[in-house]
Each structure stands twice: as C-alpha cells, then as structure tokens.
Design a protein around this ligand. Sequence first.
Ligand code: SF4
Length: 214
Amino acid sequence: MTRAEVQQITLRRDTADPLPVMESFYTIQGEGTWTGTAAYFVRLAGCDVGCFWCDVKESWAPSEDQYQTSEEIVREAKASGAKRVVITGGEPTIYDLTVLTDALHRAGLIVHIETAGPYPLRGDIDWVCLSPKKFLVPRADLYERVNELKVIIYNDDDFRWAEEHAALCPPHTQLFLQPEWSRRERNYPKVLDYVMAHPHWRLSMQTHKYLDIR
Ligand code: SF4
C-alpha cells in the first residue's frame, strides 16, 4: 500500500472520536525507560511512515470495523487494572487524541505515547517517547515535548542519526538505542560498543519479544 493510499484512508476519518483501534491489551512494557512496568497498550491503526523493516505492517491501513469511541477504549483500559496507557501504532499523531487523552485522565490513568512524530501532537500526554524514522522525519515543534528518545539501529549510519536527534531534544531526555529485531545478532555488538563509548545512551531491548509476550 502506498503512502498516498494510507493517507486517503486515515485522513478520511480524521476525527478525534471514534478512533481506529487495531488491538489493545494489558502487558508489560518491553522497551525503553518503562521496561518491566505494567501498561495497557492501545495500538491505533493508520501509518504512512513506511519503514521497510516494520514489524506491524498490518497496522498501516485502518478498517471500518476497527473504530471505537474514546468511552469504549477508556472503559476497557480501566477494567484491565492498568495505571498507565501507552498509545501506539501505527502512527498515532495522525489523529487528534484530545478527546481520548482527556477521557483517560478523567479515569485517573497516566498517558504515554510512542510516535515517530511526523504530525502535530494533539492531546494531553504525560510521557512522550519519540522514535524518529528517516522515511518521514519528525516535526520540529515536537522535540520540546520529548521525554524519551528511542532510535532503532538498523545500519551504521543510524548512530549518526541518533546523535542528530539527541541534540534536538531537551537535556533531561532519556536516550535509548534499540537494535532492529531482524538484524539483532549483527547489531547488538555494535550497539553495546557504542553505549559503552557514549554512556549518555542506554540499551533498549525488546524484552517482550524475548519473553514471547505481546
Ligand atoms: S512508524 Fe512504526 S508502524 Fe509505522 S512503518 Fe514505522 S515501524 Fe511501522
């Protein structure tokens, strides 16, 4: 599916409520700062970033039967017993998340987002994890909102890309390098060496994949 086709499908329903939910589930966060922390994931469908190594390509195009109201999403999240909700995708900034994030907060939940940052961040988010992608770069105004930067290392040039983005983020930002899963055997030694030589970075492992959980 081309970028234009994905945009046509997602922008046709660019409303704040309902939103297309590909899947939602309560699990343990496997990556970054909050690794090991219980979290309820809401994976919104719709992404036009186009990473060729994407492991959730089925999230790129939403379908009509996926739309859920914010009320339904919050009710299910609350029923799970979660304290934190991670809005992910797909690319969640395609959508206006104001209605959903306000409803999550009213229910007493803490709201995280995982984004490549190509569109304006609309909504009240407590923790912003930016994972910039070369295929559709983040918006300049997003960097000041970033709490955590997570750069996927696919090839050697991605270390340069990581430093470029770290320089744009606020000083308190948590910095992570994460080997791309399909090349992990090649990339782990490089990332470990890089983190030891540049200790402002930390290693992020996709621990949920090692545990074989979602
Ligand atoms: S931004 Fe995420 S969901 Fe979109 S193509 Fe890249 S890895 Fe896949």
